[in-house]
Design a protein around this ligand. Structure first.
Ligand code: ARG
Length: 563
């Protein structure tokens, strides 16, 4: 039970004539300093309804408070300050984590549980950008968080594997490319051909027509076009896979834009049936003026469908296939107009499930405050960033723990984990600056710091040879352990909050706070000292270890036992 619930229940007897349980909960505050207790109730909010002076009301209420739930209940000015019974709460919390272990905080959801999560979704034949990296790690963390509260996430990589650019690419390949060059460095070479195509097309507009012809061939199922498309796609996927392997992220579906190629007619039919399609300069559009949005482009004048059409088909497909409770789209902020349009079109079609679709936008990664250039070969950069993070981590481990057995593996877990944690620790909509040295530091608010604290817990438990038991009398009451206990107790609610706000940073912040509170405890208290509280202290170390590991797992990080 959360600390606020304990207090609200204690208050409910005295206040039942005036306030509901929810109203009481809403009024409760967490005092800024520990000296004012764990939870405070502002009495002045009652002065009007009870027609008495706050002091008198407070005195009256305090009379009815059950004493064994609290170490102390103080009236200070117009507040009642509650100090929870530390021994009781610490025992209950430690016992709960000890029995539930990594299931601690696991929730359940009634009814529809499936939540397709559109994530990563890089474009074939183009480098995977830092934006795609963000979509990948945020999407993965959200999937873990949704699963923890009881949903069934479905990780979908909606690959950008269709569109007019494939026609251009084929023309470029015939004119300036070769099989060997593509095989040697697929994405770099395909990008070169694409860029060259645009340069040449400036002087020779007939190239554009050739490009359109080849895309038309592809859409019509021409064997040669299809063969090239399949090959380009596979080569690109191989390179993307390197990044996914480093991150340890897998997908349930790789249905990208091409998958919806033969699934768009139902969208067009539905739009026509509802009379929503109008023609504008030869193209077919859905007018969205009443939503204050630009019109949605459904079909070009030459009959070709668009990004939007494929996304509408994907939405139909996902609703049909998963009957989802919610559908999430983890895509950069710059596409928020697109997703507003998509939801508006679905609403116009009369689908109330449009409200269950949520675009989860995020900000940019910058370098020295500036947007990263989109022209350079980013896939190289991305793998390079991860590799460099791993070598920095390896150097730190070499210095701190040269005898560590599986140094390479730990360096991977720490290096990649550092990059992921850095991405997730800020509110997802914030832009943030990327500075590798800072990311991989073992101190400060970093992934390695949390992992290191977890490993410290593991090491204490190894040293103590702890037998994972808790006696009825085992409990703690000192101020340092109390800060730790409160954070452990807050974990289940923290996960729920993160799932409601689609905000992994809430978990990252919890992990940092818990690690900091524990390290303070560790500095002040001799954990292994032989006395009657030793077993409770070890149970606390165990609980911290379990919860830190869960925090890290939810974010997509490993938690090495030693580092
Ligand atoms: N491939 C797109 C891009 O890189 C992102 C796709 C996002 N998902 C979607 N269903 N539209 O911009």
């Amino acid at each position: 039970m959360s600390e606020r619930t304990v207090v609200a229940q204690a208050l409910s007897q005295a206040l039942s004539d005036y306030l509901s349980m929810d109203e009481i909960l809403n009024l409760l505050e967490n005092p800024k300093t520990a000296q004012h207790g764990d939870v405070a109730f502002p009495v002045f909010s009652l002065a009007k309804v009870m027609r008495k002076a706050p002091q008198a009301i407070a005195a009256e209420i305090v009379e009815t408070i059950p004493t064994d739930d609290f170490d102390e209940v103080q009236v200070v000015g117009p507040y009642i300050n509650f100090f929870l019974n530390k021994r009781k709460v610490s025992h209950e919390t430690l016992a709960k984590v000890l029995t539930e272990n990594n299931e601690y905080g696991q929730g359940t959801i009634e009814g529809n549980k499936q939540v397709p999560i559109d994530m990563s979704s890089p474009n074939i034949a183009k480098p995977m950008s830092m934006g795609h990296l963000r979509s990948t790690v945020i999407g993965n963390a959200l999937a873990n968080i949704m699963a923890k509260v009881g949903y069934e996430p479905i990780r979908i990589n909606h690959l950008g594997d269709w569109g007019t650019q494939f026609g251009k690419l084929m023309v470029g390949y015939f004119k300036w490319g070769s099989e060997e060059a593509v095989k040697a460095a697929p994405i770099q070479e395909l990008l070169r051909l694409y860029v060259k195509f645009h340069e040449e097309a400036e002087n020779d507009p007939s190239l554009e027509d050739e490009g359109r012809t080849w895309f038309k061939k592809l859409e019509d199922g021409d064997a040669e076009a299809e063969k090239l498309w399949t090959w380009f796609r596979e080569e690109s996927l191989k390179e993307f896979q390197d990044v996914y392997d480093l991150l340890g992220i897998t997908f349930d579906s790789l249905n990208g834009e091409a998958f919806y190629n033969d699934k768009m007619q139902p969208v067009i039919d539905a739009l026509q049936e509802k009379n929503l399609l109008t023609t504008s300069q030869g193209a077919e559009i859905v007018d969205l003026e009443k939503y204050d949005l630009n019109p949605a482009l459904i079909r070009k004048s030459d009959g070709a469908t668009l990004y939007m059409t494929r996304d509408l088909a994907a939405a139909f497909y996902r609703k049909d296939t998963y009957d989802f409770a919610q559908a999430l789209y983890v895509v950069g902020n710059e596409q928020s107009g697109h997703f507003k349009q998509m939801k508006a079109v679905l609403t116009e079609l009369g689908f109330d499930w449009a409200d269950d679709i949520h675009h989860i936008p995020f900000g940019l990664i910058t370098k020295d405050g500036k947007k990263l250039s989109t022209r350079k070969g980013k896939i190289v950069l991305l793998v390079e960033v991860l590799n460099e993070a791993m070598s920095l981590a390896q150097a730190q481990i070499e210095a701190k723990n040269p005898d560590l057995a599986n140094k390479e593996e730990v360096a991977h877990q720490v290096g990649v984990g550092a990059v992921v944690f850095h991405d997730l620790k800020n509110d997802r909509l914030n832009n943030f600056d990327f500075n590798l040295e800072e990311v991989v530091r073992f101190e400060g608010e970093t992934g390695p710091y949390v992992q290191y604290t977890h490993a410290r817990c593991a090491s204490i438990l190894r040293k103590a040879d702890w037998s994972a038991n808790l006696a009825e009398s085992d409990s703690l009451s000192d101020a340092d352990s109390w800060e730790v206990i409160k954070l452990i107790q807050a974990f289940p609610n923290t996960v729920v909050r993160a799932s409601e706000k689609y905000e992994p940073s809430i978990i990252a912040k919890h992990a940092i706070q818990l690690a900091q509170a524990f390290n303070k405890y560790y500095a002040h208290v001799k954990i292994l000292e032989e006395n009657e509280e030793k077993n409770a202290r070890l149970a606390l170390v165990h609980a911290v270890k379990v919860v830190l590991k869960e925090d890290l797992r939810l974010l997509g990080l490993e938690a090495p036992e030693e580092m």
